[in-house]
Design a protein around this ligand. Sequence first.
Ligand code: UD1
Length: 430
Amino acid sequence: MEQYAIKGGNPLVGEVEIGGAKNAALGILAATVMTDDVCVIENLPDVRDTNVMLQAITSIGGSVESIDRHTYRISGKNIVDQTIDEDYIKKIRASYYFLGALLGKYKNARVSLPGGCNIGSRPIDQHIKGFKALGADVTIGGGVIVVEAERLHGAHIYMDVVSVGATINVMMAAAMAEGQTTIENAAKEPHVVDVANFLNTMGANIKGAGTDVIRIKGVPRLHGSEYTIIPDQIEAGTFMFAAAITRGDITVKNVIPKHLEAISAKLQEIGCEIDESDDAVRVVATKQLSHTHVKTLPYPGFPTDMQPQIAVTLGLSKGTSIVTESIFENRFKYVDELARMGASIKVEGNTAIIDGVGKYTGASIVAPDLRAGAALVIAALAADGFTTVEDIKYIQRGYEDFHLKLQSLGGMIDIVDSDKDIQKFKLKIG
Ligand code: UD1
């Protein structure tokens, strides 16, 4: 089984190019099948989740052609089936975006129900509420959710919780409903805006994405488009915290600094210098970092997907910090692994109380999920000694060439597959 082998201690220094936003890509890929024309998608990150989404498109009869590693030509013209198999939903929850996309275009879709996930229970009641409001019948049985409608009509929908997934899913279906839809209490994340912008380039009429009220005038047909996905806020944020925790100096390039404001503000608060330009942010960490408190919130608040990365950094910062997770209830699973590296963290309900320690020490650890896995990797890069991280398949779901990018910044990290590989790595790094 592949693992990361890591020797900590080097400050990470240099520039790193950030790829396209995975979470925007997942919505956009589902939306490409809403037209019979060709869509060309640029800046698609080459990560496991997007690759599964491309396979799901092929599985229903869509055509997918790679122009280069990050550019794909996709057509939903020959779709023969509106059923997304269990295999895909098991691999990637966001294949539920095909519900909204196929319901909008074909007025019916069948997708296996997403199960629980290791960051907490993740209901889809708001998606269902939205589809029903648009006139769809929703039935659940045998582990499958079926949505179908004679016709979809516009509706006024108030989301009871701020949900990225429900906002995107309902927005896609409403883009091809008859009449006007208003989504209130909509999610405002950059990837919601990116999916809306993409749909608009396909001929949809969506206004207000990025605010909490989205207004959609349905159109009967969408057309092909060429679209470039926005940079990944969370990949960028992860490298920014990698600079902080290793006392390094990293410039994340090809980013939208506005999307990183909550992250930059926290880094400044704990003692990093931040230097922003049009499409880059430099994080310099020269002095001992200090404690802070942080609570995860929907955008523009501090992202839940950055919670493990800030927590591992606060674990090495002076004083006591409090991290409150308000989006997903089970997002502190990495704490036990970090404790094995010497961290002092107590979790009470949705709050972690972190007493900063002077150092982490390398250990054999396991990545519990995507973001926590990435956070443990940056912790290992700051630790004394040697670490192995198992279950890197989670990290590969969302980070392209993670170890190569970290190596280019001076990080001592490699993928190893056997004890022999580990020995070789140890010899190489001395
Ligand atoms: C998306 C992101 C994920 C991120 C999360 C929050 C993708 C593919 N994934 O996940 O990386 O951590 O946003 O920023 O974009 N909820 C309900 N009912 C629903 C839907 C959601 O109660 O019908 C709750 C969830 O349990 C959670 C909260 O709403 O507590 C936010 O979830 P949501 O924004 O929907 O997350 P995802 O779209 O699944």
